[in-house]
Design a protein around this ligand. Structure first.
Ligand SMILES: Cc1ncc(COP(=O)(O)O)c(C=O)c1O
Length: 425
């Protein structure tokens, strides 16, 4: 194709892929192979030494997974990406090159419950820690950063409440502190928000959700903007100094804007092994082809459902940032101008009991621990995804016992509303 800069809808279909060089197959083949034959001993040595880019072993690289990496890089406007086995794996892969025992991250209180638990509990096993702060309080974010802080972490549209995070302000704070801003863009997708354009250094995804879009596979991705100067301080020795885990290669000096991505493959995937499989990458590539079309419909339906719920007298509150009444409305126009996504919570006047009874009465909605499917999904976070948290933490996370989380699908909106109506009743 010519060099003309393509729009999002074109990139989601074409970026990173073309006819298969071996066969001309127009769709990206599933390269179901573990290893790749070396041309000779010199070729093998060059690949292992990162002097030549190519395929060695599918724990590290695979052409089908590589096509997906290139496509997500293009959609997010990054320098490179590494796909991995789940969104949770992507979070570890993003932090692994940055962290040492004794270092910490400053993270939003409003995150997916599993992420809160990963950061507050499992991190301790690595000697890492997380300080949780209300990210609407920018002074508190600044105050939480200390000499051992290595990153700021947030979600663009926070799960479960659908609150929008001020990425512009947070990236300024991260810049002043000389540390990366990591943004989980799972619930927004690059169609609604491209965090790198708001100053993010790294973008992580659970591709399990909207990117694949049909609830078929778990997957994750870390996209690097290529904009962070890892050599500027001694905070990130794994990138700025000779790396003993890769025969003394200094990734920052040798690979410049691709340092983080190559480190992720050469050390992250090599040693942590959280690799995406080619079959999974294929399903996600299929899903991404229709990402913008699905997101438009998700948003259109979410607005109508949230407006209907807000007027219903059985409902106490609706958190959807796309509502005119939302305190996040102005921020949405700046950060996610095409819409506030399709994930939000609804608080029922009947409290906890009404929430669990409503879930049990749903017919069209599926009661599952997932979001971002074409189907409408419902869950009661306090008793499931955010169950490990104390009630105070649940409230801070936007997962109070009296709320249901809705992930609005792309079905006929009248059917979605009718199901909610009969279930709440
Ligand atoms: C916003 C967000 N980030 C990350 C994850 C973790 O992703 P995965 O389930 O693919 O590990 C989830 C899962 O629900 C999520 O909602």
């Amino acid at each position: 194709m010519t060099e003309r800069k393509h729009g999002f809808d074109t990139l989601q279909v074409h970026a990173g892929t073309g006819p298969d060089p071996a066969t001309g197959a127009r769709q990206v083949p599933i390269y179901q192979t573990t290893a790749y034959e070396f041309r000779d001993a010199d070729h093998a040595a060059k690949l292992f030494n990162l002097e030549e880019v190519g395929y060695i072993y599918s724990r590290l690289t695979n052409p089908t997974v590589g096509a997906l990496q290139n496509r997500i890089t293009a959609l997010e406007g990054g320098a490179g990406a590494v796909c991995c086995s789940s969104g949770h794996a992507a979070q570890i892969m993003a932090l692994f090159p940055l962290m040492q025992p004794g270092t910490n991250i400053v993270a939003s209180t409003r995150l997916y419950g599993g992420t809160l638990t990963q950061f507050s509990q499992t991190f301790k096993r690595f000697g890492w820690s997380a300080t949780f702060v209300d990210f609407d309080d920018l002074d508190a974010v600044k105050a939480a950063i200390d000499d051992d802080t290595r990153a700021i972490f947030c979600e663009t549209i926070a799960n479960p409440g659908g609150y929008i995070t001020d990425l512009d302000a947070l990236s300024e704070i991260a810049k002043d502190a000389g540390i990366p801003l990591i943004v989980d863009n799972t619930t927004a997708t690059p169609y609604l928000c491209r965090p790198i354009e708001h100053g993010a250094t790294l973008v992580v995804h659970s591709t399990t959700k909207y990117m694949t879009g049909n609830g078929t596979v778990t997957g994750g991705c870390v996209v690097d903007s290529g904009n962070f100067d890892w050599m500027a301080s001694d905070k990130f020795p794994s990138l700025s100094q000779p790396e003993p885990a890769y025969h003394g290669l200094c990734f920052g000096a040798a690979l410049g804007p691709m340092a983080f991505t190559f480190h992720g493959i050469a050390i992250g995937l090599r040693d942590l092994g959280m690799t995406m499989n080619p079959q999974g990458a294929h399903y996600t590539l299929m899903g991404i082809e229709t990402l913008s079309l699905r997101m438009q419909r998700h948003v259109e339906n979410a607005v109508k459902v949230a407006e209907w719920l807000e007027k219903d007298d059985r409902v106490e509150a609706v958190t959807y940032a796309g509502l005119d009444s939302s305190p996040y409305k102005d921020r949405m126009a700046r950060i996610c101008p095409k819409g506030a996504g399709a994930l939000f919570t609804v608080a029922l006047k009947g409290g906890y009991d009404a929430c669990v009874a409503t879930v049990d009465k749903m017919e069209l909605f599926s009661h599952v621990a997932n979001l971002g499917d074409t189907r409408s999904l419902v869950i009661h976070p306090a008793s499931t995804t955010h169950r490990q948290l104390s009630e105070a933490e649940q409230v801070k996370a936007g997962a109070s016992p009296n709320v249901l989380r809705l992930s609005i699908g792309i079905e006929d909106v009248a059917d979605i509303i009718a199901d909610l109506d009969q279930a709440i009743q």
